[in-house]
Design a protein around this ligand. Sequence first.
Ligand code: DC
Length: 226
Amino acid sequence: MSPTEKAPVIAIDGPTASGKGTIAQRVAQALGWSVLDSGSLYRLTALACLDDGVDPADEAAVAQAARGLDVRFDGGRIFLSEQDVTERIRAEVVGNLASQVAVLGDVRKALLDRQRAFRRAPGLVADGRDMGTVVFPDAPLKVFLVADVAARAQRRCKQLKEKGISANLASLMQDMEERDARDRTRSNAPLVAAPDAHTVDSSNLSIDATVNAVLGLWSKLVSSKA
Ligand code: DC
């Protein structure tokens, strides 16, 4: 890669609990690349608002909180102002608030450069909602990862129970549908497949099979360019 050439990006977008995070981590590991969990930045913004009493409807104040985030990603742990918040940002209440503040255009703008700064050689696997459409529109590979809502709610329920957090399948499914609808219909960077994205449906695929599907798309792309 020449010094002026940008590091390649594999963009993985999709609805909540579609498995993007796990798949992105595993693909990055297989290729020896960095990973960006862009949702964590929206979750951190939401958590900062909760902790500092910022009104989530006050766009300027939330954007300021987003710009001012003092974040450190360190060996799989996430620190906000030097506090380890790795578990706290995964709470459903934080996820729901993240989806609400993510609607705000100034908040999205405030997080744009932070996300792009993750792009470095030999490559980046970035997961989110708008990786292929807005943040890395020149990504050579874009994957739109979907799974039906029942499969996603079951996965999330299992994850929460494994962490000792009580969860109700019906209410998870309802929250998920509401969050999907908000992410899909917002005017700023809605959740939508880029025109050049490959859709992968993981409803009936194991994690390994989904990872292999993405790696297969990447190998095909690399060999077609060789
Ligand atoms: O991927 P996640 O569930 O951690 O994301 C939490 C919320 O953040 C999600 O409901 C919408 C928002 N988000 C976004 O708008 N754009 C992204 N690239 C990633 C997340």
